[in-house]
Write a protein that binds this ligand. Sequence first.
Ligand SMILES: [Zn+2]
Length: 487
Amino acid sequence: MSSKGDDGMLETTPENVKGFRDKWDVYREDEDNPCWKSPDEVIDIQNSNLAQQMELVAKYHPYYKKLFADKGIEAGDIRTLEDLEKLPLTQKLDYMQNAMDFRLAPEQITPRDILYEVTYTTGTTTGKPTPFFNTTHDMFATALQMRRMCEIAWMTPQEVVLNLFPFGVVPHIGFYRTIWYSAAVGMRLVFALTGSGFPEFPVHNSMQKAIEMAENAKATLISGIGSYERRFFMEAQKQGRDFSSIRIVLALGEAVPQGMRDDIRERLADMGAEDVFISNAFGFTEMQGAMPECTQFGGCHNSSPDLYFLEIVDGETGKRKPEGEVGMVAVTHLNRRGTVLLRYLLGDIGAIEYGVCPHCGRSGGRLVIKAGSTYATRTKELIKVKGTLINPEILKNELSNTDGVIEYQIVITKKDPEDPYSLDELMVKIAAAEGHDTGALEKEVVDKVRMAVEMTPKVELVSMADIFDVNTSLKAQRVVDSRPAEN
Ligand SMILES: [Zn+2]
């Protein structure tokens, strides 16, 4: 069968989706898939898993055991999703500073407790990535979660996947989960191994090489970070490549608004691929994967509501917001053995609906769009640049500690300011002290920023007044996000 054809291109209706699910053994035989239970049944599963998770937490979770004791909370009082509201929210910082204490530490290690894999979250105050631990139990759960995610995004066992995620210095969850979802469904996988490189071990490939790989392998599915994928397609189009095999683009790491999708689709059509499904997904390490769309802008589905409960909360009071209202997104783990988080604030603002999806008919909950075409909006303190969360405090610390830098400003902009869908660019404006070798200073700033956030900044030498004019401002603005709003 041709990879292009009657699957991903069908209109997303509950009937068509059921037909798709029945067609592929790997999905049809997954009879316990909670997405195909009723919303009430999903709540029952979540309650029962939460009660079991709380028993483990009460016994073996160093951080929460202490927190509950300090706050006079009885873990046994938390039996249902309703009860969850009695627990305080867990802040990113709590976890970052105590990552080891967020692991279950059972007295007796059974096979399911064996440490299987460590993934990392980005965006920390220390500049160090925070480890997130998966045991054997979690690894198998994640594999099934990946399979269910693929079903939602119309992927089939016949895909030829190009893994276009960066092979980064800090393991990128997208890179590793692309391996796992391909494995969990039985797809073929081609590794682009792009990324900033590691001179001692020259294993990385250029974008050019990745383009050739996609064409030669007749890739049907491109898996990567949205704006990087777009650049990849732009370059391939310039070269007149044959990309007619492509039928799905899984675009992660950032919101992919309508205009950007249209742009990608037009370029792909020019290379022979018609009606490509561009599935955006909201993903994060603390959920070990991504929440995909079943149809464009149809909402980001929780593919494993038995593993994760998502709620929208008031970040200050911890009170749960009514369904559909905008607030802070918090995740609670319902069935994990390694790192376990309860009511953990992801640092994103969004809204959720728990009913049956009107497009595909699945339960489990999905993030829905409330502003423009973006599911979740970044919060103030952490900024997402090129799909990675960075904490400006790390940069401020580095720059203010650089000899010869007398004023600085961090500017997040677009490579092409005229093009809101072009790649993000990190720019550092610096004013140099007199007598300093500006060439050496520029290099030092680039190196420091790269070390701190793994991103190469553009450095611009300006005058002090350009950054901070004492005649017109009360204080210097250290971080400027000049990217146009997405819509
Ligand atoms: Zn749906």
